[in-house]
Design a protein around this ligand. Structure first.
Ligand code: SAH
Length: 365
């Protein structure tokens, strides 16, 4: 017997037929009563998953200094919109703001907005940021950010935007949908109708794959890029995305569910696990360049953090707190080593055309 969110999704499928992976993700994550993000904070060692800002303060601090450098390269505009997409607990923003204390003028210039879909996480963000004296605005959409020069940052934001899947079948891409098993007691994947014109959203590199191939489509990425492109035409800006995924488009199913640090079947218990998919950085760059934006990266997170000086920062922290040496060294490795977060995670900046290239990227990337 399926109840709660699962029951409501099953009912929707019984009435209207199988739904897309994207629709399933949206219901499971943001159902106002029981959605995974809607009701609680899942981020942290004792919760469901860990993200880079919760590993170490160094991560947010370096991003804070990155923002300050970009602001200087933009000519130090008097006001700068600083926007975080999907701020989670607010940890990264609090480290960003702390790092600015070393940068004259920047704190006065920055107006902070947080774009957050979860009511529960908005409360956690407020609790963490208000005592630091951070004045932030909470907004629902990127389009609501006040005009003017801007920097957007998003860590592990794109991976939770709704993703769709397609399978090549008899020479045509068909959407892979979620329906009900024969007994009606569980969810099951089913082959849907051909994609038709929506095949335009397929990663370019994967379009000609043979029958049986699976590809993922990211309408959410396209929407974010469209909104940024619209804004960046009139107001100069940069957007920094850090997330996990390949540098070149890869076929295959990356739909995953994480609950209490373990992978589970993504169809098993919607609302109880984080549902995500890998970000396809090659396709993200294609979307951005076709919208007339400049792209830096993707660069591996480890290389990017090292270019920004994470090793020097770690050495400084250890000098001030020698008793924390082992912990800080471990955090550094966690963020930068190839077999930890250093290689799977990539960093990409998407910018108004013709701006100074942001720090941390090589001239070619
Ligand atoms: N950046 C944080 C949190 C990552 S989890 C960190 O690194 O720790 C993903 C975050 O994005 C959560 O805060 C989630 O509620 C938010 N989110 C997911 N989809 C969103 C959407 N469509 N609009 C706004 N926020 C969203």
């Amino acid at each position: 017997m399926m109840d709660g969110i699962a029951g409501r999704i099953a009912e929707r499928i019984r009435n209207g037929g199988p739904i897309s992976v994207a629709a399933f993700m949206t219901e499971a994550m943001f159902d106002p009563r029981e959605g995974f993000y809607a009701t609680k904070n899942p981020i942290g060692a004792g919760e469901d998953f860990i993200t880079a800002p919760s590993v170490s303060q160094m991560f947010g601090e370096l991003i804070g200094l990155w923002c300050a450098q970009v602001w200087m390269d933009m000519g130090q505009p008097e006001t700068l919109q600083l926007v975080e997409l999907g701020p989670g607990t607010g940890q990264m923003m609090s480290d960003i703001v702390r790092a600015w204390r070393a940068v004259p003028g920047f704190t006065q210039a920055a107006q902070i907005s947080l774009i957050e879909a979860s009511a529960a996480l908005k409360m956690v963000q407020g609790r963490n940021l208000t005592p630091m004296g951070v004045e932030a605005m909470w907004l629902d959409r990127l389009e609501d950010v006040p005009p003017g020069p801007a920097i957007f940052v998003g860590n592990e934001f794109l991976d939770c935007l709704p993703m769709r899947q397609a399978i090549k079948h008899e020479g045509q891409w068909h959407e892979r949908l979620i329906g009900l098993s024969e007994t009606g007691e569980a969810f099951a994947f089913v082959l849907g109708p051909p994609l038709g014109v929506e095949a335009d959203l397929l990663p370019e590199r994967l379009r000609d794959l043979p029958d049986g191939a699976l590809a993922e489509l990211r309408p959410g990425d396209q929407q974010v890029i469209d909104a940024l492109a619209d804004r960046f035409k009139t107001h100069p800006g940069h957007a920094l995305f850090i997330d996990y995924g390949p540098a070149t488009s890869e076929p295959g199913d990356t739909f995953q569910a994480i609950r209490q640090h373990e992978k589970i079947d993504p169809l098993a218990a919607p609302g109880t696990a984080d549902l995500t998919a890998r970000v396809d950085f090659e396709q993200l760059a294609i979307f951005a360049r076709s919208a007339g934006l400049d792209v830096s990266g993707p660069t591996r997170q480890g290389a990017w953090l090292k270019a920004l000086g994470i090793e020097v920062r770690a050495a400084n922290l250890i000098r001030h707190a020698p008793e924390k040496k082992t912990a800080i060294a471990r955090q550094l490795l966690r963020l930068t080593e190839p077999d930890q977060m250093g290689e799977l995670f990539k960093v990409m900046a998407i910018s108004t055309q013709g701006q100074t290239k942001p720090p941390g990227f090589t001239p070619e990337g």
